[in-house]
Design a protein around this ligand. Structure first.
Ligand code: NAP
Length: 480
């Protein structure tokens, strides 16, 4: 299997927040990789924008440092990439620098404005781009998460952006959608005839979606304490994974056809009972501080873990719950969707245990890939015994001859340049997800509900295990 690089047309990518953490860790290395892959047309340019007063050379030195882990030291390639890069200092919230930005941009190539800055700047930047005529009817605007804190703030952000850009110009990033496996989930479901007939409540017992992290919130605890796991992860990333797993086949693979189907899933979600939610906060362990230490708030009731049971109330999924969980300071870093198929309706091997039945595990990290757990005869003599065997596909193995796997940001930025919104959230999707999440969060606030403590390196709080146990099910282990 060899991956193909499809070159994009010439562009001006204007990156606001070009000196920030996200730009340094993800966006610059991602752009450099795409440049190395030969995807850029010759006269493409990237214009870094931030508040700092930097010379072009100073800025290029920062970019050079940011891409240092992404290259093999080939000076010609590095300097060819840096040649594409310009820098303009602009105050996003004030008037300084906008004339220079106007002078630096071209209107006869694809224009993309990537706002890797705090959401409070989205409206002001969009307005200035429009009022000064820097952006055109064809320009694209890309915004980073978080897209709102609740439904009201998401509506405000949408209104601010839509006052200056049309929906088809707005790219709301959820980088989970840029992951290879996430797109493969769509290929698996809709490019094969094997799974789709079984992809419903008659054949699937339940689905588990897990995004677990080993890291604590240390270093960003103050920020995190304003959001918690529900806002930071469930409303966006886990919701997108749920949508792609549960959605109906779109009639075609176009941005709006896909996003219409995802929206229908969110709109079909039932309100979640408080008894179907487990919230946790990690406690101190050895040298490591507690969540409250890291958040700097010794009375915090914000959750660093959440597990919940979600019902999709439609014909396809009635009776098949989706269990979602995500948290910090858990045993391993792991993201996966596990689809548990029902056991055979009649067991012809009396007295023999079916080890775990058919489970399709779609792994986002680590080792992106898929595993189908099956039950087979335990090989060898000794009569009929059953055991488990896995059909395993790790993408890194099957893509040996291809270039290195792309990071989600690389793919998403190139999709922006191509004008493909399929892997970006539409405004109504984001609002629907907040409309579902808001009452859940409001209930905790109203009742001043304290999360249950859990150990660092565990699978989360006791309540999360009970949530499954009560339904006669078990979470898949997080790590060994
Ligand atoms: P950051 O490290 O704090 O960087 C902020 C950037 O915004 C800097 O380049 C800063 O420029 C610029 N900036 C601040 N005030 C400005 C102003 N008035 N005018 C023009 N530029 C201004 O933030 P970040 O972590 O990169 O995050 C950027 C956005 O991405 C945020 O919305 C964040 O929520 C989101 N995000 C971040 C991550 C991540 O891993 N970091 C992940 C997902 C989403 P100066 O350096 O010149 O001040």
């Amino acid at each position: 299997m060899v991956s193909r690089v499809i070159p994009v047309n010439a562009f001006d990518l204007v990156l606001f927040g070009a000196t920030g953490d996200l730009a340094r860790r993800k966006i610059w290395p991602g752009l450099f990789h795409r440049f190395l892959a030969g995807q850029f047309a010759d006269d493409s340019r990237i214009i870094g924008v931030s508040r700092s007063d930097l010379s072009r050379a100073d800025f290029q030195a920062k970019v050079s440092a940011a891409i240092s882990s992404a290259h093999d030291g080939d000076k010609d390639k590095i300097s060819a990439f840096l040649d594409l890069i310009d820098y303009v200092s602009v105050d996003a919230a004030g008037d300084r620098g906008w004339d220079n930005l106007e002078a630096a941009t071209r209107s006869d190539v694809i224009q993309a404005f990537y706002l890797s800055v705090a959401p409070k700047f989205f409206g002001a930047i969009a307005r200035r781009l429009r009022d000064r005529g820097i952006a055109t009817e064809e320009s694209r605007i890309v915004v980073e998460k978080p897209f709102g804190h609740d439904l009201a703030s998401a509506r405000t952000l949408n209104a601010e952006l839509r006052a200056c850009f049309q929906e088809h110009q707005i790219y709301r990033i959820d980088h989970y959608l840029g992951k290879e496996t996430v797109q493969n989930l769509m290929a698996l479901r809709f490019a094969n005839s094997l799974f789709e007939p079984l992809w419903n409540a008659s054949h699937i017992d339940h689905v588990q979606i897990t995004v677990s992290e080993k890291l604590s919130v240390d270093g960003r605890g103050e920020y995190y304490d304003q959001s918690g796991a529900m806002r930071d992860m469930v409303q966006n990333h886990l919701m997108q994974l749920l949508c792609l797993t549960a959605m109906e086949p779109p009639s075609k693979f176009t941005p709006n056809a896909v996003r219409n189907e995802k929206l229908k899933v969110i709109e079909a979600l039932e309100a979640v009972e408080s008894s179907d939610i487990a919230r946790g906060q990690y406690r101190a362990s050895g040298d490591q501080g507690s969540y409250r230490d890291h958040s700097g708030n010794d009375k915090s009731i914000t959750e660093s873990f959440i597990g919940l049971k979600v019902n999709v109330a439609n014909w396809r999924w009635a009776g098949t719950p989706f269990y979602l969980r995500t948290g910090k300071c858990l045993r391993e870093r792991l993201s996966e969707i596990a689809v548990y198929f029902r056991n055979p309706p009649h067991m012809i091997f009396p007295g023999l245990d079916v080890p775990q039945g058919n489970v399709l595990v779609i792994r986002l990290q680590p080792d992106e890939g898929m595993t189908l757990h099956t039950t087979i005869k335990d090989p060898g003599p000794g009569g009929m015994r059953l055991t488990e065997a896995s059909l395993d596909m790790t993408f890194a193995d099957s893509l040996k001859d291809a270039e290195r796997p792309q990071d989600a940001y690389e793919r998403l930025i190139m999709d922006v340049i191509r004008g493909d919104q399929t892997l970006f959230m539409r405004g109504d999707e984001v609002e629907a997800a907040w409309a579902w999440a808001d009452p859940i969060i409001a209930d905790w606030t109203d009742r001043n509900l304290k999360p249950q403590q859990y150990d660092v390196g565990s699978s989360g709080p006791e309540d999360s295990l009970l949530l499954m146990h009560r339904d006669g099910r078990r979470w898949r282990p997080i790590g060994n």
